[in-house]
Design a protein around this ligand. Structure first.
Ligand SMILES: [Zn+2]
Length: 295
């Protein structure tokens, strides 16, 4: 597995610390959604399980690596849940960490969405974080660090991961075959390249590309019909559309400092708020907003 380019340095630093026996047994990886925290954690897990890792990662050759590639390494455990991660699941996970590793190396417990732990679950995990069994590593991931209990935080080493640079992100997206990757596209997804990738893979019901094509048609074409058609088409994603409009107005204002852009921005902020209320006529709110952009 190739490490994400913007995490290569962090990855090898962590591995270097592991190889010099200075890696904390409880790591919390935190940072914005869509930057690949999971990939970093999985890469790290793979190296921790490998019999002869280097600072580049696992060897991919040893028995441990082969088991892991086949998806059945006995000392690698992932705790995930659809919604909340309850105490029973945590206890189950902890039980698997007791005793020596079956492969004689490390044991790794990965919790991809640590913020979904209930209070009871977090409390159950505390003791393991305080007194881990030998050769055990706990890797917790979250993009909402404010939802992690302070007691958990105080027993983990925090790895604060930030957004990749625009050029790193654009290079990555180009390499993934996104030909029209631009800063505007990145910005539409909070500068998180994996969110862009996910959106363009068609898992989301509306992509920024649809939005930007629609807005261009709106600005080029004539008035009411166009705005109404788009408002109807986009009402299922009204909140997202309003946020994108807001960002568009913001960017324009920052560029040319004209009052009209500021007014549009304010209208967007209000629309986003209005759209939070249940039962509001979304198509109508969007129509009003899109009209603002036609003036
Ligand atoms: Zn290996």
């Amino acid at each position: 597995m190739q490490m994400l380019p913007w995490f290569v340095a962090t990855f090898s630093t962590l591995l270097n610390r592991y190889m010099t026996k200075k890696l904390h047994h409880g790591l919390l990886l935190t940072g914005p959604k869509g930057i690949g925290k999971n990939q970093l954690a999985v890469g790290l897990s793979n190296a921790l399980l490998c019999k002869q890792p280097s600072t580049d990662g696992p060897c991919e050759q040893c028995q441990s690596c082969h088991l892991r590639q086949a998806g059945n390494h006995p000392d690698f455990h992932v705790l995930e849940s659809e919604k909340q991660l309850g105490v029973d699941k945590i206890r189950e996970g902890i039980a698997k960490l007791s005793g020596t590793a079956q492969m004689g190396g490390n044991k790794v417990l990965l919790i991809p969405r640590a913020d979904t732990m209930t209070e009871a679950a977090a409390n159950a995990l505390l003791k393991t974080l305080e007194e881990p069994t030998n050769n055990t590593f706990l890797l917790l991931i979250t993009d909402s660090i404010n939802k992690i209990m302070p007691t958990i935080l105080s027993r983990c080493e925090r790895q604060i991961l930030s957004l990749p640079s625009v050029s790193d992100s654009l290079n990555y997206l180009n390499a993934k075959g996104v030909e029209d990757a631009s800063e505007a596209l990145l910005a539409a997804y909070g500068y998180a390249p994996l969110r862009v990738e996910e959106a363009l893979s068609g898992d989301e019901s509306i992509s920024y590309r649809d939005f930007s094509d629609g807005m261009q048609a709106l600005l080029a074409g004539d008035a009411n019909m166009q705005a109404q058609a788009l408002a109807n088409k986009w009402q299922g994603n009204a909140q997202q559309i309003a946020l994108w409009c807001q960002q568009m107005a913001h960017d324009k204002y920052m560029k040319r400092q004209q009052a009209v852009d500021f007014e549009r921005y304010i209208a967007c902020v209000e629309a986003v708020k209005t759209l939070e209320h249940a039962g509001v006529n979304k198509s109508m709110v969007l129509f009003g907003l899109l009209k603002q952009f036609q003036r």
